[in-house]
Design a protein around this ligand. Structure first.
Ligand code: AMP
Length: 290
């Protein structure tokens, strides 16, 4: 049974979700899934718009997945606003909100984990132990629950996007994974549900992050040594007032391993802290043409 939040149909159970999606697929309609953790902003709505262009029906999911948060991370204070989110989705081209509670996703004796391997190991894999296993497991479950033709994810979480592409391919999940470009504020700050944590002073410093990434990407494209450019970028971020740097690195865009040969697309990726808030961002680096 679906209920309604305002005008938006909401499925709380896997069974209710499947009833809707099965009926649409039987009618020959293409279905897209947009997984989120809620506190929706224009970045999420760009995913919905992309999905609506590619599919007849769009399902958005909201689930703040406990297993992808570390013990000292912000699970409890993560922003939650289901009514506000439903209003935003109703104003976008979303047909159904899937909003299960934790008991629907994790039985008390749940014990299976999807572990993706090398692409999930460096960078956020190193600084957030267990994070990608939590993401990979819940995304696998959401894909199997909703059985969409297409699933859309933001390039904002670049390593996550590569992890999800890999798991869908390796586990033969019949879905097209689509990446959607990062939506930014006018000053370059990537939209994030966590930006609400920033104090006015931190918010003033935050745009340095994207400016620095763009600068590192330009220097490397012009021939600078990737490691030296990344090191200088990290120093610039700390000098601007960021309080801690987890990493700033230039990597192969798909494998996230060191970008040695420079013949494939590269990516500059950063994770850094402003006080209690961890920000991530990334920027492309074109391969050498020769
Ligand atoms: P979240 O709710 O933070 O888990 O994000 C849900 C989805 O929205 C993920 O695929 C994110 O990569 C994507 N997303 C978050 N912020 C942005 C953004 N600024 N631009 C594009 N996609 C985003």
């Amino acid at each position: 049974m679906t209920e309604k939040l305002g005008t938006l149909p909401v499925a709380r159970s896997i069974a209710a979700l499947r009833r809707c999606v099965t009926a649409w697929r039987r009618a020959g309609e293409v279905v897209a899934l947009v997984p989120t953790m809620g506190a929706l902003h224009a970045g999420h709505l760009a995913l919905i718009a992309h999905a609506a262009q590619r599919a007849d029906r769009v399902v958005a999911s909201i689930f703040v997945n406990p297993t992808q948060f570390g013990p000292n991370e912000d699970f409890n204070r993560y922003p939650r606003d289901e009514a506000g989110d439903a209003a935003k989705l109703a104003g976008a081209r979303c047909d159904l909100l899937y909003a299960p509670d934790a008991a629907e996703i994790y039985a008390p004796d749940f014990s299976t984990t999807v572990s993706v391997g090398a692409v999930a190991e460096p960078l956020d894999g190193e600084f957030r132990p267990g994070h990608f296993a939590g993401v990979a497991t819940v995304v696998t479950k959401l894909l199997l629950q909703a059985h969409p033709d297409i699933a859309c994810f933001g390039e904002k979480d670049w390593q996550q996007l590569q992890v999800i592409r890999r798991l869908a391919r390796d586990l033969d999940i019949e879905v097209a994974i689509e990446g959607v470009p990062i939506v930014r504020e006018e000053d370059g700050l990537a939209l994030s549900s966590r930006n609400v944590y920033l104090t006015p002073e931190e918010r003033r410093i935050a745009p340095v992050l994207h400016r620095t990434l763009a600068d590192v990407a330009a220097r490397v494209a012009a021939g600078a040594d990737p490691d030296a450019a990344a090191k200088a970028g990290g120093e610039a971020v700390l000098k601007a007032g960021f309080t801690k740097l987890d990493y700033l690195a230039v990597r192969d865009a798909e494998s996230l391993q060191p970008w040695v040969a420079r013949v494939r697309p590269g990516r500059v990726l950063v994770a850094t802290w402003l006080g209690r808030t961890r920000l991530i961002d990334n920027e492309p680096v074109a391969p050498r043409n020769s």
